[in-house]
Design a protein around this ligand. Structure first.
Ligand code: ZN
Length: 387
């Protein structure tokens, strides 16, 4: 047991360093004596000093923010986000990590994507819609109550309860935050940025910004991530939940339109590359036809009409950006676009209500209780796929 104090110097915590619950790339998760509902994330000793300093600032800000919000919101946050509740200071006065909610019986979200990982989860289509709705609730809290951004919105940072389908956003120290501070009487924006992100969950405009700045995510001039980039990632996860794990930019060559200039090895593999090239193969927009002519969805994707036309329209808004929306999303260093409310892609609540409506309308398969599908389909597509 080692003794730590919170950053206020008020409360003491005995942390069991011998029995590590989980080892991560950045730190270890340990139990706290007398606090069965909480855990400590302790950062590795070899964390470089500048990174440790940046994390101390971010975690302290987040913990103080947690203290300042109303009790009912704190409860909602604790139920969906492993938000830092206090920074931890060791006996020699150094920042070492933070306290957060303990979660049990959860797996990373990709366990719910397809049947191939049945060992971990076995959700019906209707349950996957509920998981998607729960994810929307968590993102809505992040954007509209806590005014921050997930940033690295990949499936490993989202946990789902294999029994209840409840969802947690985790790895809170990688979230993207900003605050306003006063410098010599002037209000300036201070960023505590996300510095990593899986490319297959980042929107085209962020890929383009990285290229234009000749930088990496960890050296990008701010603002980098924003709510629009989260909403792109959110749409991908909803798509994967509903479409048997198919990524919206996962595709294969359409044999009917194959030409010698298309190379399977290059185009078929990289989802991120297809994001950069706007190859959203499910699009019905006339201006997209040329771009996606040579491609088709992968074989494990169900017919697109398994979901309602309303959901298809939302995916179109999330993935097909044209006209003035292109300039609305593009960014330049210091342009302050982080602050502007998202107006291009569907918000978490847009998704929530469309998913709710869809869940009330789905047809159930007479053969397999795990099969549900849009009422616009004449028969069960999952049975036809042999699932
Ligand atoms: Zn069926």
């Amino acid at each position: 047991m080692a003794l730590f104090k919170d950053h206020y110097g008020k409360n003491s915590y005995y942390i069991d360093l011998q029995n590590v619950l989980a080892r991560g790339g950045e730190g270890d998760i340990c139990n706290i004596q007398g606090h069965p509902d909480k855990v400590a994330k302790l950062l590795h000793d070899n964390t470089p000093a500048p990174k440790m300093k940046a994390l101390e600032k971010k975690i302290t800000y987040m913990a103080e923010r947690y203290e300042s919000i109303p009790a009912d919101l704190r409860k909602a946050v604790s139920a969906q986000i492993t938000w830092p509740q206090a920074a931890l200071i060791d006996a020699s006065g150094h920042f070492r990590g933070y306290i957060m909610q303990k979660i049990n019986g959860h797996e990373t979200l990709d366990c719910a994507y397809s049947e191939s990982q049945k060992a971990k989860s076995d959700f019906s289509f209707a349950e996957k819609i509920i998981i998607a709705k729960n994810l929307c609730v968590a993102v809505n809290i992040m954007h509209n109550k806590l005014h921050c951004v997930v940033g690295d919105f990949n499936a490993k940072n989202i946990m789902v309860s294999t029994k209840k389908g409840t969802v947690y956003l985790v790895d809170a120290d990688s979230f993207h935050l900003q605050c306003t501070k006063e410098v010599r009487g002037r209000k300036v924006v201070d960023y505590m940025p996300a510095v990593v992100g899986r490319p297959e969950y980042l929107p085209k405009e962020l890929h383009e910004y990285v290229i234009a700045q000749n930088a990496q995510l960890d050296s990008l001039p701010q603002p980098s991530f924003n709510q629009e980039s989260d909403l792109f990632g959110l749409a991908i996860h909803i798509f994967q939940l509903l479409m048997n794990g198919a990524h919206p930019y996962g595709l294969m060559i359409n044999p009917a339109n194959k030409t010698s200039s298309i190379s399977v090895s290059k185009t078929d593999i990289s989802w991120a590359e297809n994001i950069k090239k706007d190859r959203y193969v499910y699009s019905k927009a006339p201006e997209m036809i040329k771009r996606i002519l040579h491609f088709q969805p992968p074989k494990y994707a169900p017919p697109y009409d398994v979901i309602s036309s309303e959901l298809q329209d939302l995916f179109e808004r999330a993935f097909v950006v044209t006209g003035e929306n292109v300039s609305k999303l593009s960014r330049q260093s210091g342009d302050g676009k982080y602050m502007s409310a998202p107006t291009v892609r569907p918000s978490a609540s847009d998704w929530y209500f469309a998913l709710k409506k869809f869940s009330e309308e789905v047809k159930s398969c007479p053969v397999n209780p795990k099969h549900q599908y849009s009422r616009n389909m004449p028969s069960c597509p999952w049975c036809q796929m042999g699932r």
